[in-house]
Design a protein around this ligand. Structure first.
Ligand SMILES: CC(=O)N[C@@H](CCC[C@H](N)C(=O)O)C(=O)O
Length: 370
């Protein structure tokens, strides 16, 4: 397989969560080109499960790739840039899919003892495909005994594995708050309840939850990424919407932060005489690396001379955490050396990481099955 061509073809067609129709068709077409003797395929929504039957299986090994893109207008200047206006593979899922396809090809062409399931999961960026996929009959039928996955990391050198035992990624929750008040003429503020002012007060006081309600030895993040409201510069806004995300290192801290947000929103309702509705959108469970499985991966990396860095926890989220809650395994960062970070319109991961990662992933599957 020409990995760079595959990655570029996928890069051209980023699709949002549960709309990955072209991506699914592309992946199915590539899977069809592999030797079919030991392959079984199931489609689940816009995702795919591929099983490679082992010669005399003792365990089922799972490798997961996410497949969705982000609503970002690409600015990389690539001649293979996104053909889908306003969407971009800005979180490296084009890399993840290419690596999964490459490892699948290696295992399909070189039979091993154990069964291997390659999981192409939709909607990681939202609303979250991992949990419903995990609960599906299709997944249950081929449930792995061990599962692993990777995520590209712009800040590490190409091909470096960054990993830690235990907590790797945070608990996350989306946050959407709609404020509703009374609009009116800009010249008569005393006759209205201005939701631009209410939302602004809320956004500025929100950070005091992190500085005054979360134990300073613990960590949490609240980011507001979008505010909308009002209709015209000389009309007092009767509505405003605040959109953000919450990150916490434990489910308990997540509960505390949400409780405090609800208190503050209640206060805004009182002081601005308005109504507010909170919606927590998609919630992801923390990514917690099983210490024994991580140790076995570290031993494999050492044996094969793959460069490893033991990293700190990150406040990123991943719905892969739901798989790891149920099945022992791990996730690791794969260095792709890009000046621009994840979720940036100019993310340019180094394609040399692709073949290195295919070797790491297929090699570990072979190591587990030896
Ligand atoms: C690796 C990564 O960047 N993951 C995303 C996950 C999104 C979670 C959810 N949609 C949210 O915004 O809270 C991240 O933003 O960390």
């Amino acid at each position: 397989m020409d990995t760079i061509t595959v990655r570029r073809q996928l890069h051209r067609i980023p699709e949002l969560g549960f709309q990955e129709f072209k991506t699914q068709a592309f992946l199915l077409d590539r899977i069809k080109q592999l030797p079919q003797d030991n392959l079984m395929v199931q489609v689940w929504k816009t995702g795919i499960l591929v099983k490679v039957k082992g010669t005399s299986s003792k365990q089922v090994i799972g490798f997961r790739s996410d497949i969705d893109g982000l609503p970002i207008q690409e600015e990389t200047g690539y001649d293979f840039k996104s053909e889908h206006e306003g969407n971009m593979h800005a979180c490296g899922h084009d890399f993840h899919m290419t690596i999964a396809l490459g490892a699948l090809e290696t295992i399909a062409r070189n039979p091993i003892r154990d069964d291997v399931v390659f999981i192409f999961q939709p909607a990681e960026e939202g609303p979250g495909g991992a949990l419903p996929m995990l609960q599906s009959d299709e997944f249950k039928k081929w449930k792995p005994d061990i599962i692993f996955g990777l995520h590209v990391a712009p800040e590490y050198q190409t091909g470096v594995v960054a990993i830690r035992k235990g907590l790797l990624f945070a608990n996350t929750s989306e946050l959407f708050i709609d404020f509703k008040g009374k609009g009116g003429h800009a010249a008569y503020p005393h006759l209205s309840n201005d939701m631009i002012v209410a939302a602004s007060h809320f956004v500025t006081q929100l950070q005091s939850i992190i500085s005054r309600r979360v134990n300073p030895l613990d960590s949490a993040v609240i980011t507001v990424g979008k505010i909308t409201g009002g209709t015209k510069q000389n009309i007092i806004a009767e509505q405003a919407r605040v959109e953000g995300t919450i990150r916490a290192l434990s489910p308990e801290t997540m509960r505390i932060v949400k409780h405090e947000i609800e208190n503050q929103v209640g206060g805004i309702e009182k002081s601005f005489d308005c109504q507010a509705e909170i919606d927590y959108g998609a919630n992801y469970y923390q990514v917690y690396n099983d210490p024994n499985r991580t140790e076995s991966f570290l031993q494999y990396c050492q044996k094969e001379n793959h460069e490893v860095v033991i990293c700190s926890e990150a406040m990123t989220g991943e719905d892969f955490g739901y798989f790891l809650k149920d099945i022992p395994g791990f996730m690791f960062w794969l260095g792709v050396n890009s000046e621009s970070g994840l979720h940036s319109s100019t993310l340019k991961p180094d394609e040399k990481a692709l073949d290195k990662a295919i070797k790491i992933v297929s090699g570990y599957i072979q190591f587990l099955s030896a």
